[in-house]
Design a protein around this ligand. Sequence first.
Ligand code: PLP
Length: 382
Amino acid sequence: MREIYLDNSATTKIDSRVLEKMINKMDIYGNPSSIHREGQKAKMLIETSREKIAELLLGKPKEIIFTASGTEANNMAIKGAAIQNIKKGKHLISSKIEHSSVLNSFKELEKQGFEVSYIDADENGVVKLDELKKAIREDTSLISIMHANNELGTLQPIKEIGEICSKYDIIFHVDAVQSIGKLQIFPKNLNIDLLSFSAHKFYGPKGIAALYICAGNNLKKLLHGGAQERNRRSGTENTLGIYGMAEAMELAYSTMFEESKREMEIRKYLESNLKNKIDNILINGENAHRLPNITSLTLRKCEAQSLIFNLDIKGICLSAGSACSSGALSPSHVLDAINLSKLDSKSTIRISLGRFNTKADIDYFLEKLIDAVKLEREMAII
Ligand code: PLP
């Protein structure tokens, strides 16, 4: 059966070129902390990978710390920065549309006596800058705002927030898990102190991610143990994963502009066909600047979960809202934040394109979606 994968924001398939390179290094097994030859072989692979990643971000190798996931990088950045900067104050700022790894890190800090302001987003899925400015206090020590939202693809005013943070001497963390490899982002030019990103979102392996920590930032560590990663993140390094991440990132950067343009064209084709061929739909975040690959689509009088099952039978993979909440039936906090009704939220799917999708995939998807919507609406469950 034909398989069409339209869930690239949940994760991407590892690129065969990256996989092949990783397989060729599979025999590197030494512990990078060991001073003998096997250890040093592994260490060398890690350090050249670190240099590659740092260069793509216009940063320094010592500013890149490897973690096991974007979730860990976000936890490390937020909890570490809050505790590190406690003398400045216990007030923190984030938004209502952040990923659960950010929101739940802040929830934990609230339990420890920190106060968090969660800024609203407008109906297009963009964080309200005026509200954010008003929320700043003397004791605000950290602002964490994502670069691109994972459910809508909407881009956030990172440049403006960076300027605000610089002016008020506030640490700025950016969750760039969805945008790295799709858009250029140079932390130093944007006054970003901490930047999280994860390899499995850009055709690299799973279980490996990184946190950029601006030189001079004295982030408190989360994991205690050995002195790996300049004593900032203990645990034996995932040598092969780090290598795969750097190769995947280099590949993504080498084709970023053409690929973003290509995906944007395919999405335009998808969205114009959706509007022409299916009535009673909404494209959420349509009027904002968005990543090139995400369409958040509300199909009224359809139940997203059941659409997903029906499409899966036809070989099409996609998500309802974000992947993390798609197993659960609770409505998406992001769709709620942009004031989508509970009913519309339950009728919303996320189509996320990627490197391996073609226009022909979209034609097949449209054909099957139109059938599935017709069936749903005839049954009129909601
Ligand atoms: N931040 C955003 C915006 C995400 O979309 C995700 C994953 O979907 C994460 C963080 C978590 O990354 P990871 O899956 O590597 O833990």
